[in-house]
Structures are given as structure tokens and as C-alpha cells.
Design a binder for this molecule. Structure first.
Ligand code: BGC
Length: 516
């Protein structure tokens, strides 16, 4: 079938044959390595910016102010917007880069996008590790952001196109698994380098990003282009051979191949994917591409990822607080992602979204209540006591676990599989841009918002989780087990979205004949 949200020949309910071949398994796992660079960065910068030698060298005034900060108010810690901006500038760079990445992915291929992402990230890592002054640090940071923008734009899309539809969920979640592994490794690296004598441990932390970058470069050289892209470039016979190799030698790929060709024909009609995105028939995809990554960040997950060490210190952990907290939350984050790998193609995206949402709601509310009960509005320090701290930590871990098997992976998977080919690349850029912008706002605004709203901030996150769970129940269709170029059929049977795909831009009904 063609894309464009229009069901074409063949009708609904197609089920292309395809095995989980060793080739496709390795290809997708290798591509998912792109998640490592994103995860490593999410995990590394918070730790580095709290290292005294790093602060003394690049942010001496912040270092001096932090040293004299004697506030006992747990909600209003010293907070430098400039220092936070250093961390979160990466997300702004990634946001801008995702639009360029879209053009590269669409015109030059998914492979080139992944390769460029890894290479640029590598340059950023080296520049940061060798930084002598703040300019080197910031240019390095921007390069890292560009790398992340390219990786998050191209990898989920690549995997969604490569994977047989029955395993698309599980293979795509490997991307999220790599993000979580990257975060965990970065936290452990920070703990180790912080103990290095001689004031240069931070260089190792920042330079360590070169390892996932090299892995990504090598991976991108090894994987082959997706049949979807090859057909778009007119390489029909190569595309067919690739498809055969990907799906298995004994599989009849003709039907899937024909549909990919049809989707590619639709792609050729599209001169401006960006303006096509605005068309009424693409409204469901556009709304989901904006709201899913936005909601993913409104769960408050990055408050835990960025501020866990501070949070755990506040509730009574001692000097090893950073390692303990990052090891616990990071480990839970990785482990729970496996549940999603197992469940996404068996139980469906919606069940995981809703189940995870309910568990997050319960434990986010519990954290708000526990913090509110002890610190009240004043935020004055009180000893929490071992068992009370233990309960808070357990609630945070259960919250992280619920995120890791629902909104974490699905926040990337679902948007990557809902767009028709002709606007897939542009659509994925929107997803990345919204995700990065929301991450930037959370990173930059959390400490200020906490000082202002106190424990009610956690109540606000809980309310957001409730709203997004309701949104999933009513507006997110199930996409499990549907071939990617067949996805448009889910809108046509959806109680709300069908009115968009059944009408043209002027609101006139499209007759079933026109849809064919
Ligand atoms: C999110 C990140 C988050 C990570 C935690 C990802 O899906 O996009 O913002 O830090 O999950 O594992």
C-alpha cells in the first residue's frame, strides 16, 4: 500500500511473512548502539558539573558561590542557570540538528545519518576531553548535541523499517535499552573518575563518550540501507535482494516488496514533506508525534536521571549518595526495559502505556506525599530516618521501573512507526525536536520550579501522568503487529481519528474509490 494515511490496494489486515533472521537481529542491535551516545550523555553531564576540579577550571564563580551556600532549605538549593545551560545546551543543539538530520536521512539514507551522528559525536567527545577553555567546552557540547540529534532521528526509524512487523516493538526497544545502559555506565564512570587524584578525572568522563561514538560509527558502516530507502532511490533489484536477506531466504517477500514500491511512488509525489505534514489527513500522526515525546518528559523521569544524587542526599544518604542512587535507579532502569522488550509485541503498546502510566501515577503521588509530609512547605532540613528514606527510594525505583517498561521505550517506538514513508523522516524530526525541547525545559527549569512549587511540583508531575494515561486510552491506537507501510489502517477504524483520514483538506469526504 501507499502511504499518506490512505489505504490502497490489498485492503486491511495484511500480514507479510518474515522471520526474525540472525541478520535482522544483529542489524537492529548494532543500529541501536546509537542509543548509547544519547544515554551516556544524559548520564555524564550531571556528575561532571558537580566535580570540583571541573567547576574550578571552567566556572570559578559558580564554584565559589556553591562553596558558601549554607541554605538549609531542601527545596531551594544554589542553582546556576549558566552551569545548567552548559548541560542543557546539548538538547538545543540536538533539536536544531534533527531537522538537518531529517534531510540527510530522507535524501542520503539512514546509514549516512547514523554515520554522521557517530562521527560528529566523536569530535565533540574529543574536544571536550581536551578542553582548555570554555569555548572548546561549548563547541564540543554543541557537536555532541548534533550527534545526538542525528542518532535519535535516524536509529528508531531505521529499526522500524528493518524489523519484521511482529518483532518491530522488541527490536526498537533495544534502542531504549542502549539509552539506559549508556546512562548507567556514565554514572558508574563518573563515580570512578571523581576519585582520581590530579584534577583530570572529568576529562576521562567527557572523553569516555568517544567509546559509544566509535561503536556507533563502526555499526553504521556495517549495517546496510533499508529496502524502503533503496526503493526510493530507484535501486529496485538491490532492494529486493536486501528484503529477501532480511526476511529470510525461504520467505515470499513479493507482497511486501510491491507495497514498498507503492509507498515509494507516493513518496515521489511529495515535493515538500514539511508542508505535507500539515495536511488534515496527517493530523493524527502529527498530534501524536508532538504529544508523545512531550508527555514522556512530563513524567518527570529526567528529574530522577539528572538530580537523583541530590535527591538521595537530601533524604539522608551519606557521601556515597551519588553512586548508590545512580547505581540503584540506573540498574532498575536497565532491568525494567527488558520487560518492555518482552511485552511490547505480545501485550501491545497500549497495555504497556496504560499499565506503566498507572504504576507511575501511584508512585509519583507517593513520592509527593512522602516529601510533603516530611518537608512541608518550609523545606527545612529534618532527618528522614533510615526506614523513611528506604520507602522514598523504593517509590522512586518503582516509578523508574514503570517508566522503563512503558513511556521510555514507547516514547520512541510508537512515533517512529506511525508515519507513512513520504513524511516519515520529517515526522521523526518533530519527535526528536519536541523530546529535546522538553528535556531542555525540565533540565533548565526543575530547580527553579522546585524552589517555587515545593513538593507540589511532584503532584503536578503526577497529574500530568494521569492526563497522558487518559490520552493514551482515548487517542492512541494499537500499532502492534501491523506492517509499517500498513499502519494507516489504524486511523480509519479509530473512533476519533477516522474523521481526519476520511476527509480531504476542505473537510469533504474522500470516497472509498479515491482511497484505493
Ligand atoms: C528519554 C530520556 C530519559 C531516558 C531514561 C528516554 O527514553 O527520552 O529523556 O532520560 O529515557 O531512561
Amino acid at each position: 500500500m501507499a502511504g499518506g494515511g490512505i489505504l490502497t490496494h490489498g485492503g486491511a489486515g495484511k500480514d507479510y511473512p518474515g522471520n526474525l533472521t540472525r541478520y535482522v537481529l544483529i542489524t537492529c542491535i548494532v543500529a541501536a548502539m546509537g542509543g548509547l551516545i544519547f544515554g551516556y550523555d544524559l548520564g555524564i553531564s550531571g556528575g561532571v558539573t558537580s566535580m570540583a576540579p571541573f567547576l574550578r577550571k571552567f566556572f570559578p564563580s559558580v564554584y565559589r558561590k556553591e562553596a558558601v551556600d549554607s541554605s538549609t532549605n531542601q527545596y531551594c538549593k544554589f542553582n546556576s542557570q549558566i552551569l545548567t545551560l552548559f548541560t542543557s545546551s546539548l538538547y538545543l543543539a540536538a533539536l536544531v540538528a534533527s531537522f538537518f538530520a531529517s534531510m540527510v536521512t530522507q535524501n542520503l539514507g539512514r546509514k549516512i545519518s547514523m554515520f554522521l551522528g557517530g562521527l560528529i559525536f566523536l569530535c565533540g567527545a574529543l574536544l571536550n576531553a581536551l578542553a582548555q577553555n570554555i569555548s572548546m567546552l561549548i563547541i564540543g557540547r554543541i557537536l555532541l548535541g548534533i550527534g545526538v540529534g542525528f542518532a535519535t532521528q535516524s536509529v528508531p526509524l531505521f529499526v522500524s523499517e528493518m524489523a519484521p512487523h511482529k518483532y518491530r516493538g522488541a527490536l526498537n526497544v533495544c534502542f531504549q535499552l542502549c539509552i539506559t545502559v549508556g546512562i548507567l555506565v556514565a554514572n558508574l564512570v563518573n563515580y570512578g573518575t571523581n576519585m582520581i587524584k590530579g584534577n583530570w578525572g572529568w576529562r576521562l568522563s567527557l572523553g569516555g563518550a568517544a567509546v559509544p561514538a566509535v561503536l556507533m560509527v563502526l555499526s553504521s558502516l556495517w549495517v546496510s540501507e533499508t529496502p524502503n530507502f533503496l526503493i526510493g532511490r530507484g535501486n529496485y533489484s538491490l532492494a529486493k535482494r536486501k528484503l529477501q536477506r532480511i526476511r529470510g531466504v525461504d520467505v515470499d517477500v513479493q507482497a511486501e516488496y510491491d507495497d514498498l514500491v507503492a509507498a515509494s511512488e507516493a513518496l515521489k509525489q511529495v515535493k515538500h514533506p514539511w508542508s505535507n505534514l500539515k495536511m488534515r489527513k496527517h493530523r493524527p500522526q502529527l498530534v501524536l508525534a508532538i504529544l508523545i515525546p512531550f508527555f514522556q518528559q512530563l513524567t518527570g523521569i529526567n528529574v530522577v536521571m539528572f538530580y537523583a544524587p541530590e535527591l538521595f542526599k537530601t533524604i539522608g544518604f551519606g557521601s556515597n549518595a551519588s553512586l548508590v542512587s545512580s547505581a540503584i535507579t540506573g540498574g532498575v532502569n536497565v532491568a525494567a526495559t527488558f520487560l518492555s522488550i518482552y511485552g511490547t509485541d505480545r501485550w501491545g503498546r497500549k497495555k504497556l502505556f496504560i499499565g506503566g502510566g498507572i504504576v507511575m501515577l501511584v508512585f509519583q503521588s507517593a513520592v509527593a506525599a512522602l516529601i510533603g509530609t516530611k518537608f512541608g512547605f518550609s523545606g527545612d532540613a529534618t532527618e528522614l530516618g533510615k526506614s523513611y528514606s528506604g520507602v522514598v527510594v523504593s517509590c522512586i525505583c518503582l516509578f523508574v521501573a514503570a517508566f522503563a517498561c512503558s513511556w521510555g521505550p514507547l516514547g520512541w517506538l510508537v512515533p517512529s512507526e506511525i508515519f507513512p514513508l513520504e513524511i516519515r523522516s520529517a515526522g521523526q524530526s518533530i519527535v526528536v525536536a519536541v523530546n529535546m525541547l522538553s528535556t531542555f525545559v525540565i533540565a533548565q527549569g526543575f530547580l527553579v520550579a522546585l524552589c517555587f512549587a515545593k513538593y507540589l511540583l511532584f503532584v503536578a508531575f503526577a497529574v500530568c501522568v494521569l492526563v497522558m494515561t487518559l490520552f493514551v486510552i482515548f487517542f492512541v491506537p494499537e500499532t502492534m503487529n501491523i506492517p509499517i507501510e500498513e499502519i494507516s489502517r489504524v486511523w480509519r477504524t479509530h473512533w476519533y481519528w477516522k474523521r481526519y483520514v476520511d476527509e480531504d483538506d476542505n473537510g469533504a469526504r474522500i470516497s472509498p474509490i479515491e482511497m484505493i
